[in-house]
Design a protein around this ligand. Structure first.
Ligand code: GAL
Length: 706
């Protein structure tokens, strides 16, 4: 899970004939079929699925931990709260396959049938995040090896080696059994593969796969040596098997390659199970995996491209909801597949893994759920339903106590259940439409994090600062990969887009030449696709278009004054000395007196290119300057907003589609606020029509334009 600003590593079949090989992005992995495969169990009867609600309230339920005699009482309490789906089974491998090749899926079927009686749909989690003890004891090579050479052990979870062929074979066979049995089950609506992909392995087999991956990518050692500049420090490789794994201090080309290999390997790990599910399941059953927001162990664009739905686990952890940061995380997830997503897990009040596990305030959980919906979620699901009697997470927030009766938060979640049912028809078929995109790139984030140059330069914080300022004026923002088609956007902001491949450069240049407005932030265009320096100064391949460049970058210890079109302030972390080469390029901001080098020099420059423009900002801007810069960007690019700036603390989310325009307003501030609406709206939750709404702290209003 990843809380706000807190990254926590959780420690925790196409029916195969023989010798299936998956080739994903040059990774060829042998996925030989199981020798122990039993005949598929009888598929569950196929009948017409019940109609699904447009908005889903859900919970993670672990029937395997409780006597079956208790299930009905739990499900009745869920139904009473308006819960419409439960995710089950994602850690139940030892119950599903108690010994090798002996599967028991009957209890899972009974749990699905019991849920069906209470109108609760099921998402099945494949159990590969928690292999049973017999498996890793029989096949110790399926346990992952840490960077220090220590092999993981049973007793936690995520102890598996994601690259190991034997592990993949066993995980695939398990998933296939489930898919054959439940792929046509009317009460099963989807699949979650594994749970929170996180940890890689550093064993010899993985290293060999990495070397093969490098060979497939670079073709020849000469090419690799040139692109990594291995003449430096005698790093030159004469054989593929000389190439090590490095994760922190290695050659930048090696570091980036490892991350790309890790991403491709998670993709093929996922594909291994996805194929057997797709081959056996109805199309209406979606396939997803639960991701972790800004977590950067792998490239989420690489991994999500094969899924039907993006979903993530939204935990605040310590403190309270920061709507801007959390909203950016939703928008990031929405950007993986560029459509609505699910919040597959969220905290029922509090977690157990932060330093101080405070509870969200009364009303905050409900506000947070509507905030999710506003950003394009179609489901919000609480982890977990009931406290486990034992296990690593005894203290975690739940909806039902270990005693089986509701905790105080249950009534707030029940209110949500009613509201989701009421607002569902208004939100059905709607999504978030934006005129502005913020670009996010894993390559760039990794590249900066390996060589921050100033510890205080955090690429995610940097991105969120731009995002927040622009969002405050436009009410919606997309966060997308720099590789997507940008034509639909009037404004594209690229904070710290450090790595720019030839393809990305072309995409950005085409966008500007086609009339788009591109704003590049600090550190953009420094690196090429191998994490090497561009042969031109920043912004590398965009320098000509900009008609200016970065002459030098400076990591700062002391603030440097910066002033101009967006007011006066200081840049604290980073300053880039810009110069102008083209008479059409204008200076927007200038540094004041500081280290001598920067005194009086350009800090932000812009150039009009036909109907479009390109701007480079070399300084960090304080809040007021950032707000002014955002205003300038929005105005010069002609972005229109449904509302624009709102009273302090109030947020507006707009969802459009199917001929509808729905606004969600939430007050996260302390003071009550009144918002005068520009037209008459139907007040979806309260009933009636309205032209003005007053919101107290954590109040939520859902409005449908008439
Ligand atoms: C998630 C995980 C869940 C549970 C939860 C607790 O990361 O997927 O299984 O551990 O955190 O917050």
């Amino acid at each position: 899970m990843v809380g706000q600003g807190l990254a926590r590593k959780v420690v925790p079949d196409l029916r195969l004939s023989s010798g299936f090989r998956a080739v994903v992005c040059g990774v060829a992995l042998s996925l030989a079929s199981g020798t122990n495969a039993l005949p598929a169990q009888t598929p569950t009867r196929a009948s017409a699925p019940a109609p699904q609600p447009p908005l889903y309230l859900g919970t993670a339920w672990y029937p395997e931990q409780w006597p079956e005699s208790r299930w009905d009482a739990d499900l009745a309490l869920m139904e009473q709260a308006g819960i419409r789906f439960a995710r089950i089974g994602e850690f139940a491998w030892s119950r599903l396959e108690p010994s090798e090749g002996h599967y028991d899926l009957d209890w899972l079927d009974r749990a699905i049938r019991a849920a069906e009686k209470h109108h609760i749909f099921i998402v099945i989690g494949t159990p590969s995040a928690a292999p049973p003890a017999w498996l890793t004891q029989t096949y110790p090579e399926t346990l992952r090896v840490e960077e220090d050479g220590r092999r993981a052990e049973h007793g936690n979870r995520q102890q598996f080696n994601w690259a190991n062929p034997k592990y993949r074979q066993l995980a695939r066979a398990m998933a296939e059994k489930e898919a054959v049995r439940f792929g046509h089950d009317p009460n099963v609506i989807g699949w979650q593969i594994d749970n929170e992909y996180a940890n890689e392995s550093y064993d010899a087999g993985t290293k060999k796969q990495f070397q093969d991956w490098l060979k497939a990518r670079y073709g020849t050692l000469d090419n690799l040596n040139t692109r990594w500049t291995t003449a430096y420090w005698s790093e030159t490789y004469q054989k593929w098997d000389q190439i090590p794994i490095e994760t922190k201090y290695g050659n930048p080309g090696l570091l980036l390659s490892w991350k790309r290999f890790v991403s491709d390997t998670w993709r093929s790990y996922q594909m291994n199970q996805l194929q057997v599910i797709r081959a056996n399941a109805d199309k209406r059953q979606f396939i997803t995996t639960n991701m972790m927001g800004w977590f950067d162990a792998y490239d989420h664009y690489t991994v999500s491209q094969d899924l039907d739905l993006a979903s993530w686990d939204d935990y605040v952890g310590e403190g309270h909801l920061n709507p801007v940061y959390n909203g950016a995380t939703h928008d990031l997830t929405r950007g993986f597949l560029r459509k609505n997503f699910w919040v597959m897990e969220t905290q029922p009040g509090f977690v157990n893994w932060a330093k101080d596990n405070n509870s969200l305030d009364k009303g905050e959980v409900r506000a947070m759920a509507w905030h999710d919906i506003g950003h394009g979620a179609d489901a919000v699901s609480y982890w977990q339903w009931r406290s486990d009697l034992n296990g690593q997470e005894e203290y975690h927030g739940t909806l039902i106590g270990a005693d089986g009766t509701p905790v105080p938060l249950y009534s707030e979640v029940s209110q949500l259940g009613q509201e989701f049912a009421k607002a569902g028809p208004a939100l059905e078929g709607t999504g978030v439409v934006s005129q502005v995109a913020v670009l996010q790139s894993y390559d760039s984030r990794w590249a900066i994090n390996w060589q921050r140059h100033n510890q205080a330069f955090d690429p995610v914080q940097n991105l969120v600062a731009y995002y927040g300022a622009v969002r405050a004026l436009t009410n919606t923002v997309d966060i997308v990969s720099p590789k997507v088609d940008l034509k639909q956007y009037k404004l594209v902001v690229a904070p710290a887009l450090n790595v720019i491949s030839d393809d990305v450069a072309k995409n950005l240049i085409d966008y500007v030449q086609g009339g788009g407005n591109l704003v590049l932030g600090q550190r953009s265009g420094m690196k090429d696709d191998d994490n090497g320096l561009q042969p031109e100064r920043q912004p590398g391949p965009l320098t000509d278009l900009l008609g200016g460049r970065v002459d030098q970058y400076y990591a700062l210890l002391n603030p440097v004054p910066v002033s101009g079109a967006w007011g006066s302030g200081d840049t604290k972390v980073w300053a880039e000395l810009l110069s102008v080469k083209n008479p059409e390029t204008k200076v927007l901001m200038t540094y004041g007196k500081s280290n001598g080098w920067l005194d009086g020099q350009p800090a932000a420059i812009t150039r009009k290119v036909g109907k479009g423009s390109i701007t480079y900002i070399g300084a960090d801007l304080n809040e007021e300057q950032m707000a002014a810069a955002a205003k300038w960007m929005v105005q010069m690019s002609g972005v229109t907003a449904p509302f624009g700036e709102l009273p302090k603390g109030v947020d507006l989310y707009e969802r459009q589609g199917a001929g509808k325009d729905v606004w969600i307003l939430i007050n996260f501030g302390e003071a009550p606020q009144t918002v005068a609406l520009p037209a008459s709206f139907e007040n979806v939750l309260a009933g009636g029509d309205t032209q003005s709404v007053t919101l107290n702290r954590f109040d939520v209003v859902v409005l449908k334009r008439k």
